[in-house]
Every structure is written in C-alpha cells, then in structure tokens.
Design a protein around this ligand. Structure first.
Ligand code: AP5
Length: 208
C-alpha cells in the first residue's frame, strides 16, 4: 500500500473529510496544516499570532513558516496523509527535500460546489468531526452526533473569504497538479461524488 500521500484540491473539496477516513482505515498519520495552524491560533502562540491575519483573509501563510512548522512532523512519521500541504511550488520543492512521496491525489471540485459546501460546513469544537448542513447534517444542528461537542462555523467560511481562498488556490496551488503530473505521481478523483464513492476511489488507488 502507498503510504506517503498528499491530498490536493480546492478549499472544500473534501481533503479533511477524506484524510480522516483514510487515516482510520489505513493507520496512516493525518497531518493537516490547517488544523495545526488553527490550534496555534487558539493557543495564541507566536506562530498562531503570525498566521492569524493571513488565515482570516483566506491568504496563504508564508512558505517558510509552514515548512518550519511541518518539517519535523513529516520527518518523524513513517506513513502519512498530508492535507493542505504542499500549497505552493516552493512548499512542494521543500517537501521533496524532506522525503519522497508516493502519490498526490487531486480531489477536483468546481468553484460553485466549493462555495456551496463551505457555506454550509460545521465542525465539532471537541473532536474536530466535519459536518455539512446540506450534505452530511448532524442530527442536532448545533451539537456533534459522536461526542456532543458544540458545532461551529469556521471564521474563514464566510462568502467573501471563501471566494478569496478559491482565487488563491487557483493562482498558487493549482500549479501543483502539473508539478506532480510531470513527475508521474498525480491521481485525479472526482470530488463531486458522494463521500463514500470518493473514499473508495482513493482507497482502491492507494492499495493498488
Ligand atoms: P485549510 O484548513 O487547509 O483549508 P482548505 O484547504 O481551504 O480546505 P478546507 O479545510 O476548507 O476544505 P477541505 O478540502 O478539507 O474540505 P472538508 O473535508 O472540510 O487551510 C486554512 C487556512 O490555513 C488557509 O486558507 C491558509 O491561510 C492556511 N494554510 C493551511 N495550510 C497552508 C499551507 N500549506 N500554506 C500556507 N497556508 C496554509 O469538506 C468541506 C465541506 O464539504 C464539509 O462540510 C464536508 O462535510 C462537505 N463534504 C466533504 N466531502 C463531501 C462530499 N463528497 N459530498 C458532499 N459534501 C462533502
């Protein structure tokens, strides 16, 4: 089975949803730069204070901060699934100096679907489970089905910020599709399918 994976795709494509499910099924370690940064912001660390403004606007945090943050975690992990890293060609080049990856899986989704999904996303404050009020609703709109934790809307899931995040993705991150394609490492998955179908497509590929 492939065990050093990165998930590409626009905001809202389902990278976090899929990475959590793949980690449960495969034992690979889920490394999400977005989750790590949100934790740094919540704890008001030096990195969190430096990153917050970029995140609130939907801009990318500077490459060197991200590379320094993630380098050790990747280096000490045998099998991992990266979610949200790399996000620029400079980050992809840095990653290739830290380790070789087995595959980049691009979860494709249109701009319209991105906006619809992110406007209706809710996340559990306690366990991090991801819901969607339209596509994967919790039984109670305000609390997690699993742990009962409070559900919240991410600060960057406001319409204007979502639109900027998509534009930033197109400019800075979409070029990674070519980057990994030319290296023979890219796999495309249609992210508009139901969650279980996307998962099956990715798992089939990872175990082939
Ligand atoms: P990050 O947290 O990585 O955000 P993102 O890439 O914009 O991705 P999202 O978490 O919004 O979406 P996702 O693809 O994980 O989708 P999800 O599974 O939640 O980054 C946040 C910020 O941190 C960035 O803007 C930047 O500032 C900074 N940052 C992070 N990494 C960085 C880096 N490397 N360099 C620089 N800056 C960085 O699903 C979305 C919704 O859709 C959910 O409601 C879900 O339930 C639903 N859904 C999922 N799959 C399906 C499906 N198949 N069908 C229907 N609904 C679905």
């Amino acid at each position: 089975m492939l065990k050093r994976i990165t998930l590409l795709g626009p905001p809202g494509a389902g990278k976090g949803t899929q990475a959590k499910l793949i980690a449960q099924k495969s034992g690979l370690v889920h490394l999400s730069t977005g989750d790590i940064l949100r934790d740094e912001v919540a704890r008001s660390t030096e990195l969190g204070r430096a990153a917050k403004g970029y995140m609130d606007r939907g801009d990318l945090v500077p490459d060197q901060l991200i590379i320094d943050m993630i380098r050790g975690r990747i280096a000490e992990t045998d099998g991992f699934i990266l979610d949200g890293f790399p996000r620029t060609v400079a980050q992809a080049e840095a990653l290739s100096e830290i380790t070789s990856i087995d595959s980049a899986v691009n979860i494709a989704l249109t701009r319209e679907d991105v906006i619809e999904r992110l406007s209706s996303r809710r996340v559990c404050k306690e366990c991090g489970r991801i819901y969607n009020l339209l596509f994967n609703p919790p039984v109670d709109k305000t609390h997690c089905d699993i742990c009962g934790g409070e559900l919240f809307q991410r600060a960057d899931d406001q319409q204007a910020v979502i639109e900027n995040r998509y534009d930033v993705y197109m400019k800075a991150t979409a070029p990674l599709i070519d980057f990994y394609s030319t290296r023979g490492l890219l796999r495309e998955v249609d992210g508009s399918q139901p969650t279980e179908a996307v998962l099956e497509a990715i798992m089939d590929y990872l175990s082939s």
